[in-house]
Design a protein around this ligand. Structure first.
Ligand code: SAM
Length: 372
């Protein structure tokens, strides 16, 4: 394969943020230009990962010549916690730690402990969760729970070892991820959500075996979610032909078991829920490509180095780290967040393929950098 040149600066350069003049106070009701509230903050704690999934961090691009962020560029735990507190005042009720692989960040359980001390203005606890590839979960589950983590989402793309090892591209075995899921459940981090990215011709024949395994072994304690392969970033060689639409995933499952649609558990939820008629739990369908759910997207993303992104498919973030490190007050940062979210118009998935979609040349941010 020819060498691919990735212009990293495009997606790591955030829009500079001036210190705002007129303060905007947090009311807990911040809404964007389309009336969408801010409820969910995803925080990427590292841009590093020990897997090289071809749909996310392909090995030929993210090899030993790739320059990951230096430690000094990363937000510290204190900086992350300060921002999370200010976002909470604006209405955020859910924090998800992600990456990269979040369990690679040294002492991440200390960050969990700091975040678990935050409360909504009405005193409510926040929903504190983490998405992981599961590789370090067996070792870390108990400490994460003790630090205050509520739940985990674990990514697993196949039960067949050869397929999974080919997909993670580092030869990581299925059994170790399953052991991580067991450890998470034993530690009280359930129900565990399990994310399977489906790629046509790669792992789509694993749809029914995966569903069978999780319903038989875990019942309601695990929720398997099928994710359409998405055109995030610019390195994964995405083609529509590789996407298995959720409608087809559902069709294959319904040939094996009767299922019924369930109400969504929370506004802005990414997955459509389906329950097994026999009560053995449920599955989720995340259809960002074929059934965009931008209309109620309430998620903001904080990159590893403190850029605020308004959409998974954005090409530019807003630099909060320079405010943090430039002596901005809480009121300054609160105002900056309000201005950025208040101007949010993003709805990439709804526009995908249309003339109004962002044009090629605007290079989209990579998912491991802003977090999944
Ligand atoms: N390392 C962690 C993990 O594996 O879960 C967290 C980061 S990962 C970027 C978050 C989620 O994004 C994973 O479930 C992963 O499968 C999913 N993901 C990454 N690239 C994707 C793509 N192109 N399409 C759909 N999902 C993707």
């Amino acid at each position: 394969m020819g060498e691919r040149v990735i212009p990293l600066t495009d997606w790591r350069r955030g829009a500079a943020m001036a210190r705002p003049a007129a303060p905007i106070a947090a009311t807990g009701l911040l809404a964007d230009a389309r009336g969408r509230p801010l409820r969910d903050l995803r925080i990427s704690v590292t841009d590093r990962c020990n897997f090289r999934c071809s749909y996310c961090m392909p090995k030929e691009v993210f090899d030993n010549r790739h320059a990951f962020l230096p430690h000094s560029a990363l937000l510290s735990f204190e900086e992350i916690t300060r921002l999370a507190r200010l976002f909470t005042a604006h209405g955020v009720r859910k924090l998800r730690l992600t990456g990269g692989e979040p369990l690679l960040r040294k002492n991440v359980e200390d960050l969990v402990a700091m975040l678990s001390g935050l409360r909504a203005p009405d005193g409510e606890e926040l929903d504190l969760t983490l998405t992981t590839n599961g590789s370090l979960l067996r070792r870390k589950a108990a400490a994460l729970k003790a630090a205050g983590l509520r739940r985990v989402t674990v990514s697993l793309d196949a039960l067949d070892d050869a397929i999974f090892q080919r997909m993670n591209d580092v030869g990581f075995p299925v059994a170790d991820v399953l052991a991580g899921i067991d450890a998470a459940l034993a530690a009280g981090l359930g129900p565990v959500k399990v994310n399977m990215v489906v790629k046509r011709g790669v792992n789509d024949h694993e749809i029914v075996p995966m569903a069978s395994h999780f319903r038989d072994r875990y019942g309601c304690a695990a929720v398997l979610r099928f994710i359409e392969f998405m055109d995030v970033g610019a390195t994964n060689g995405w083609r529509m032909d590789d996407v298995v639409p959720s409608s087809q995933v559902l069709g294959r499952l319904q040939q094996a078991w009767p299922l019924h649609a369930l109400e969504s558990a929370a506004p802005g939820e990414t997955a459509q829920r389906w329950g097994y008629d026999d009560g053995r739990g449920e599955i989720g369908l995340i259809s960002s490509v074929t059934q965009a759910f931008c209309h109620d997207c309430n998620r903001a993303r904080l990159s590893t180095e403190g850029q605020l992104f308004l959409c998974l498919f954005a090409s530019q973030g807003h630099d909060l780290r320079s405010l943090l490190r430039g002596g901005a007050t809480d009121a300054d940062i609160t105002t900056a967040i309000a201005q950025v979210w208040g101007g949010r118009e993003d709805r990439y998935s709804e526009l995908r393929g249309s003339a109004a979609a962002p044009q090629a040349g605007e290079r989209r941010v990579e998912m491991h950098y802003i977090g999944g």
